[in-house]
Design a binder for this molecule. Structure first.
Ligand code: NAI
Length: 339
């Protein structure tokens, strides 16, 4: 009968839902700056991620269009677009992971620190809203200068009384992505098998790829290693110059951001042994924030891994980067605490 067919199909539906929510928990991911160069492809990649059940796209303009577009893709998550300050609370409410690519990108001749004056204020206000509307969310900071914006976020969260250092991450995944690509290319290795830890920070000489720990091993001269290090440090500038005024890395950054957010979601969901490099509050060195390998878990950072054995070149580079990284950290802290 029609009645029993309906009953059968609805119980099958319930059973399916019960099964899927047990194996893959509901997770809301918010992207702040979702209509931008990074935000749009990142929204696309997060829509393709089966670990996401709700995708919240926020920007000061343009998000209704991006959300309508992405929402037609036939994957798990429900997509909603939010625009302007009034809708920021709704965009954030209930978020498990908040990814922040909001702010201006570099133009040729600019350093990441040149973005400080504009982006610091944007990050500060977005983090105040996170503290208010989703204080337990994991934050993935993409907005530059990451070396300063992460300390700004920490200070804003401390002031709001909700700071948990385990939940705040500077996204340095693009440095790892670049190091892997350049290393594999030069060594003629299958890039899918290559691993390279990248530590320090996310700007110029503060980016320190540890090629001495790269796997599989390649036989490179000191000059080769220096050149690969420099290319990794200046990978962002390579893109800025090629785009000639039209911004910085967006597509490779969206890929890297999606990889890192996926790792955070896996950690939240209890998947064991999820390790990525990230810029976090750290005691690995004498600096208060530092990027290194981090094990991700149900509460965010589960363990910060040590640097491991360094080559003489890496030891020297580490000492050279510290003053610059420290001054970027202090600049962020000072900004967050004024007015
Ligand atoms: P974009 O200018 O194309 O997009 C930025 C978006 O942020 C725009 O849609 C803008 O409307 C939005 N926005 C501005 N103020 C906002 C606010 N208060 N709330 C929400 N959204 C706001 O810039 P793009 O290329 O997407 O870069 C974004 C940021 O990511 C830049 O700071 C850039 O330096 C950084 N970046 C970081 C990388 C990393 O490895 N961590 C790599 C590449 C870029």
């Amino acid at each position: 009968s029609v009645k029993s067919a309906v009953a059968r199909s609805s119980s099958a539906h319930v059973a399916r839902r019960g099964y899927s929510s047990e194996s893959v928990p509901e997770r809301k991911v918010a992207v702040l700056g979702a209509a931008g160069g990074i935000g749009q492809p990142l929204a696309l990649l997060m829509k393709l991620n089966p670990l996401v059940s709700r995708l919240s796209l926020y920007d000061i303009a343009g998000t209704p269009g991006v959300a309508a577009d992405v929402s037609h893709i036939n994957t798990r998550s429900e997509v909603a677009g939010y625009m302007g300050d009034d809708q920021l609370g709704k965009a954030l409410e209930g978020s498990d992971v908040v990814i922040i690519p909001a702010g201006v990108p570099r133009k040729p001749g600019m350093t990441r620190d040149d973005l400080f004056n504009i982006n610091a204020g944007i990050v500060k206000s977005l983090c105040a809203a996170i503290a208010k509307y989703c204080p337990n969310a994991i934050v993935n900071m993409i907005s530059n200068p990451v070396n300063s914006t992460v300390p700004i976020a920490a200070e804003v969260f401390k002031k709001a009384g909700i700071y948990d250092e385990k939940r705040l991450f500077g996204v340095t995944t693009l440095d790892v992505v670049r190091a892997k690509t350049f290393y594999a290319g030069k060594a003629n290795l299958n890039v899918a098998e290559v691993n390279v830890p990248v530590v320090g920070g996310h700007a110029g000489i503060t980016i320190l790829p540890l090629f001495s720990q790269a796997t599989p091993k390649a036989n490179f001269s000191d000059e080769d290693i220096k050149a690969l290090t420099k290319r990794t440090q200046e990978g962002g500038t390579e893109v800025v110059e090629a785009k000639a005024g039209k911004g910085s890395a967006t597509l490779s950054m969206a890929y890297a951001g999606a990889i890192f957010a996926d790792a955070c979601l896996k950690g939240l969901n209890g998947v064991p042994d999820v390790v990525e490099c990230s810029y976090v509050q750290s005691s690995v060195t004498d600096l208060p924030f530092f990027a290194s390998k981090v094990r991700l878990g149900k509460n965010g950072v589960e363990e910060i891994l040590g640097l491991g054995p360094l080559s003489d070149f890496e030891k020297e580079s580490l000492e050279t980067l510290k003053p610059e990284l420290l001054s970027s950290i202090e600049k962020g802290i000072k900004f967050a605490n004024q007015s």
